[in-house]
Design a protein around this ligand. Sequence first.
Ligand code: SF4
Ligand code: SF4
Length: 276
Amino acid sequence: MKLAILSGKGGTGKTTVSSNLAYITKNLLIDTDIEEPNSHIFLKPKDVETTPCFTHYPIVDNEKCNLCGKCGDFCRFNAIIPSRKKVLVFEESCHDCGGCEIICDCKAITYEKREIGNIFSGKTFFGSPMKYGKLNIGEMSGVKIIKDIYSKTKESNFIIDCPPGTSCTTVAAVEVADFAVIVTEPSPFGLSDMKLVVELLKDLKIPFGIIINKSLGDDKEIIDFSLENKISILGKIPFDKNIAKNYAKGEILSHINPKYKEIFKNILNEVKKYEI
Ligand code: SF4
Ligand code: SF4
């Protein structure tokens, strides 16, 4: 199973859940939060290999271009815009789809490549594989890094630590998943952020359940919403100041505390009910 872990915003406990599930299953963990990857702080990979990731962007030969405007009409990212005198290219906005070259009858478009980040892969301190991507500062989109990681992944079972929210990087990260877990906090803000992710997963037709982190026992807002919308609660992680202390030290809860190992094992058993 390809299992994606999501949250409506950062700091909700997404990495805590994904790193603990990776520890218990010993499956590959892929951290696709390319702007701020942090799973490696907990999984402490060794023998890390670094692979640069490139994207391509169009170069226009003004001698061949007749300013027909077709490339600009085609590009939905406004990365190539024909003006009255020449075609302007905004390379950071280009998503490397290759469409403008195909659409240009004058063969005026070629591509150049630019490094946008790196992919890191290694073995965690408990022996299983992990990968993560990191987008270079100033780059606008890390979708290419996520797609590159997946294209080089042979495993069929893995855990995905997704970017927070519902951006296009989140979509790129989650769209390969067989099942998704939304990690949320029991508060009005937690509920409001979670609703956006629920809509995203419904649109993508990916089955999902919820984990309530920092549970105070009642969790009324989240429970009511789940009942109304027929969404499974896969488990709860209780509010505990020690979790924050262990997080700050970069420790995996299941590795140091049998009580949490049991909690995450139970969550995993719930997830396995959806295995296809
Ligand atoms: S499609 Fe080709 S010829 Fe037409 S404006 Fe774009 S680059 Fe120029
Ligand atoms: S490659 Fe695709 S995204 Fe990039 S400028 Fe051309 S049409 Fe736009």
